[in-house]
Ligand binder design. Sequence first.
Ligand SMILES: CC(C)(COP(=O)(O)OP(=O)(O)OC[C@H]1O[C@@H](n2cnc3c(N)ncnc32)[C@H](O)[C@@H]1OP(=O)(O)O)[C@@H](O)C(=O)NCCC(=O)NCCS
Length: 157
Amino acid sequence: MDRKDGTAEAELRAISAGDVQAFRLRVLRPPKREHAVYPGDDAADTLHLGAFVDAALVAVATVCREAMPGTSDAGAWRLRGMATLDEFRGRGVGKRMVEACVAHAISQGAESVWCSARISVLRFYQAAGFKEQGEPFSLPEYSEHSYVLMKRELRRD
Ligand SMILES: CC(C)(COP(=O)(O)OP(=O)(O)OC[C@H]1O[C@@H](n2cnc3c(N)ncnc32)[C@H](O)[C@@H]1OP(=O)(O)O)[C@@H](O)C(=O)NCCC(=O)NCCS
């Protein structure tokens, strides 16, 4: 498939924690290797999702059960570690990944999904239905980026 034609249709499927951690290191570039390992990575109900184009992994995302900081909401799930390879961005892969992660969370009984969004990609999360919660903050030991908590309430009919 031509990487430049804009029509690449990625196949989404679950991948291992090890594969997603290696991709996080490569694309999200945390300062230390251990920052690519998240506390919920090995939980049985956590989903690590990969997007493949021509058998190559081009994007990852993880969704796990976790309350928002300062809350104890048992129905909250966290979306994190979203990353698409630079040359595959802007093709809708990330958007499909969010929806697949949200669908997994709903299947596990989630009432909301939240994330710590880099301010630089705020609009990506807004487009996916997430709303800002509180003030921006930084995580100087982890990255130079500024973040804001964002949450998407899930309508359960
Ligand atoms: C954020 C990221 C995962 C988005 O992935 P993607 O595959 O490019 O996303 P999509 O193509 O599905 O974009 C979906 C929508 O968000 C918008 N969007 C994507 N990246 C954006 C950005 N950097 N700034 C503003 N809007 C953006 C797209 O225009 C699109 O809008 P539309 O549906 O109205 O057309 C990707 O840009 C990335 O890996 N960035 C670097 C790592 C990063 O910042 N990860 C998130 C950490 S919180």
